[in-house]
Ligand binder design. Structure first.
Ligand code: NAG
Ligand code: NAG
Ligand code: NAG
Length: 298
């Protein structure tokens, strides 16, 4: 298994030092769940720790469960710690995503992290995807350099007019660029809610549905904590921050591109962790989607 590159260890150390220095400014939401989230379906499958700071979603044969933010956001930094279902979890999918709608409407924009469970001892795959106006099909799949079921890890999205970056523990896993012109691939117009859910996907997630969820092991539980958002919160018809997003670090020059350390980490991810990239799937896309020609290094 590949080891974490030195540069990300450095970033982590620096981040810890910075967090210690500025903990009073941390944007981590320590409020109650109800303040910022609602349950989308099956309340009885949602529980919290005694202090309310850890949330558990469970899946059994009847149903899974999901929650969403009450607010919508357009551009910003979104982050949460997740611990995924362990053991034999093939067929179980934990989704952590942003979407402009409550349902799977035909004109939705969406930014997805999906964690595909696996048989005991087999690695979890992480699938990311992007939708614009109902069109997705932008999947990438990665393996991770740790077991995501053993402990909490941080999964984050940086979203501005220039790029979308998917991070795992501050390592950039995927960069999705805008070309700066009107286009049909980069979601930049619709504010989005943040969601998470757990569900059964043994019809597609496990080698195309070959393996089935082992219901004897139910309920399957994924855990969440430390939701943090630093973003432009939406208000109709549109909030003032939409036109002044460059006041915020997540929409300033340094957030429009990967920095040198991030580029090193990203190169390491490209070499070691990518399992599938739609941009290299010429069987599926004889003509590759337009954004595949945009360089993540720019
Ligand atoms: C959480 O809810 C409170 C109360 O409605 C609101 O003031 C705050 O902005 C929300 N936080 C986020 C991150 O949306
Ligand atoms: C979005 O999709 C809908 C239908 O799927 C289509 O009618 C509409 O023209 C699209 N909008 C844009 C801006 O492409
Ligand atoms: C499960 O692990 C195997 C490798 O051992 C991998 O080929 C397969 O894609 C994984 N399946 C999922 C759904 O992650």
């Amino acid at each position: 298994m590949a080891t974490l590159p030195l540069s990300s260890v450095m970033i982590l150390l620096i981040a810890i030092l910075m967090a210690m220095a500025a903990s009073s400014e941390a944007a981590v939401s320590k409020g109650s769940f109800e303040e910022n989230f609602s349950i989308m379906w099956s309340k009885e499958h949602f529980t919290t720790s005694e202090d309310g700071q850890i949330w558990y979603l469970s899946l059994d044969k009847e149903t899974g469960c999901g929650f969403q933010t009450k607010q919508r956001y357009r551009f910003g930094w979104f982050s949460m710690k997740l611990k995924l279902v362990g053991g034999d979890s093939a067929g179980v999918v934990t989704a952590y995503y942003m979407c402009s709608e409550n349902g799977a409407g035909p004109e939705r924009d969406e930014i997805d992290f999906e964690f595909l469970g696996n048989r005991t001892g087999q690695p979890y795959l992480i699938q990311t995807n992007v939708y614009k106006n109902g069109t997705g099909g932008r999947e990438m799949r990665h393996v991770l350099w740790f077991d995501p079921t053993e402990d909490y890890h941080t999964y984050s999205v940086l979203w501005n007019e220039h790029q979308l970056v998917f991070f795992v523990d501050n390592v950039p896993m995927r960069v999705f660029k805008n070309n700066g012109k009107p286009n049909n691939f980069f979601p930049n117009e619709k504010p989005m809610y943040l969601f998470s859910s757990i569900w059964n996907a043994d019809d597609w997630a496990t080698r195309g549905g070959l393996e089935k969820t082992n219901w004897k092991l139910a309920p399957f539980v994924s855990s969440y904590k430390d939701f943090s958002v630093d973003a432009c919160q939406w208000e109709d018809p549109f909030p003032a921050c939409v036109s002044t997003t460059t006041n915020k670090w997540w929409d300033q020059y340094n957030a429009w591109h990967l920095n040198d350390d991030q580029k090193k980490d990203f190169a390491w991810v490209q070499r070691n962790l990518v399992i599938y990239d739609y941009c290299t799937d010429s069987e599926r896309y004889p003509t590759l989607p337009e954004e595949c020609s945009l360089s993540p290094w720019d």
